[in-house]
Design a protein around this ligand. Structure first.
Ligand code: FAD
Length: 431
């Protein structure tokens, strides 16, 4: 009977499935409840998936999983109103096994990943929304799911319900996140032929490019736009902190339209057909907003715990690693038959040993640092662009005059006192 199982997982995103797969492999009875019609049906991601976390669960997955392109080139671009400054890195090392990262379509990738958990013995119930938790003797003992509010019991409930986890709030594990702790990102999928994408991005079939775009792509707000090449579509998106959007009165879909019209971006999209629009929250409060991660009978993983490194684009990565570590802690708890908070605190220990909590700690002050220095995403790029234009324009001005002008521009963009202070705080921030 399904009324009582070893583990209930709420959400069949990367976090929930990464927890469910090893739990099922270890012989535990696992039910994953997913409100969508199928895993991935409601999920939004820019779409870069790093190889390593999936490989730890499904070795050699790239030979069979639905992947779009292996990413061999990273471009960083800063836009001003009419200019673009870029830096790119491309390597053949990323073009061969075991690869580094892939673009993916979540609807396909999540479904495939969930099938791996099913094959290991996990039961996935789709179209099933968990409405509430069930407590017994002060411990979380199960969930209420579906319209009828059927109760299902388990030793442990894994909260993997994604950004804005209502269940983690109901469990008393975290407060509602503040608008300054969440980004809102709009994304479009634009269809072009495979050949056109290969040509425009200068890549052979099967290989692709990831672009992170700063400055005008977010109307100068803290955040970034992105363009990722899929097989025959491009993913393009942009967004900013909710608090900044509210304060500036900008909305993300206008911001995305403006980004798409930029003269350095529009030619990449030209002739493309819009096939999908979505918008989604990303929890970006990180270290300072981190909830309590475990309680009697439950743990929280992935976006629901705010495990995202926005700087290095690691949301699915953190989601999967945290899911896997939660599974390890639950397997140990099962061996001792103890599912109390004290026993499940092992999950936090494992997270502390992994790079997740270390990285979240390292970057804990990066957002406030950049936020307090809006010139970094506006005036500095504008000055650099103007300096480059001066440098590249041949107009009969003697070089000494030109260099003097450039030096004055750069000095204005990087006033020595402020720059020194910024460098010092920047170094301190990362300590
Ligand atoms: P989710 O993927 O959100 O899964 C949660 C699941 O729970 C969903 O399937 C949902 O339907 C289900 N659910 C929710 N509530 C309930 C309920 N009550 N009952 C039943 N089911 C429920 N990360 C990257 O690694 N690379 C990127 O390039 C990247 N780009 C991004 C671009 C955008 C525009 C956005 C919004 C995010 C991006 N991220 C990226 C972040 C990444 O999408 C998330 O970090 C990742 O999906 C988190 O996985 P998760 O399993 O925790 O949550």
């Amino acid at each position: 009977s399904l009324e009582r199982v070893d583990v209930i997982i709420v959400g069949a995103g990367p976090a929930g499935v990464a927890a469910g797969l090893p739990l099922a492999q270890s012989g535990l009875e696992v039910v994953i409840l997913e409100r969508g019609g199928y895993p991935g049906s409601k999920n939004v991601m820019g779409g870069i998936l790093y190889r390593q976390p999936t490989e730890a669960l499904v070795p050699g997955f790239w030979r069979e999983a639905p992947l779009e392109r292996a990413i061999i080139e990273q471009r960083y671009v800063v836009l001003t109103e009419d200019s673009a400054i870029g830096l790119s890195y491309r390597t053949q090392a990323f073009a061969q096994e075991p690869y580094n990262a892939f673009s993916v379509m979540r609807a396909e990738w999540d479904r495939w990943f969930a099938q791996q958990a099913e094959a290991a013995g996990a039961f996935i119930a789709t179209g099933m929304t968990v409405e509430d938790l069930v407590w017994r003797d002060g411990a979380i003992a199960g969930v209420k799911a579906g319209e009828a509010g059927d109760e299902l019991y388990a030793d442990v409930v894994v909260l993997a319900d994604g950004a804005n986890s209502l269940l983690a709030q109901k469990a008393g594990l975290h407060r509602e996140w503040h608008p300054s702790e969440q980004a809102l990102v709009a994304k479009e999928l634009i269809r072009l032929s495979e050949e056109v994408i290969n040509e425009r991005f200068n890549v052979p079939p099967g290989l692709g490019v990831a672009m992170e775009v700063f400055g005008q792509s977010t109307a100068g707000l803290l955040g970034y736009g992105f363009i990722y090449t899929n097989r025959e579509t491009l993913s393009i998106g942009t967004g900013a902190l909710l608090s900044d959007l509210i304060e500036s009165g900008l909305n993300v879909s206008d911001m995305l339209d403006q980004f798409k019209r930029h003269p350095a971006i529009a030619p990449l999209l030209e002739g493309g057909e819009l096939v999908e629009y979505s918008a989604h929250l990303i929890p970006e409060g990180g270290w300072h907003a981190m909830p309590t991660l475990f309680t009697d009978g439950a743990v929280v993983v992935g976006d629901a715990a705010g495990f995202v490194n926005p700087i290095s684009r690691e949301g699915s990565n953190f989601a999967m690693i945290s899911g896997k570590l939660a599974a390890e802690a639950i397997i140990e708890a099962k061996q001792s038959g103890d599912f109390s908070a004290a026993s499940l605190s092992r999950y936090q220990e494992l997270l502390e040993e992994s790079f997740i909590l270390q990285d979240l700690y390292t970057i804990r002050n990066v957002t406030p640092f950049v936020h307090q220095r809006p010139y970094l995403l506006r005036d500095v790029p504008a000055a650099l662009a103007a300096a480059l234009r001066d440098y590249l324009t041949v107009d009969g001005t003697p070089k000494t005059v030109k260099y003097g002008k450039i030096a004055r521009r750069l000095q204005a963009a990087f006033p020595p006192g402020r720059t020194l202070r910024d460098l010092l705080s920047g170094a301190r921030m990362l300590r």
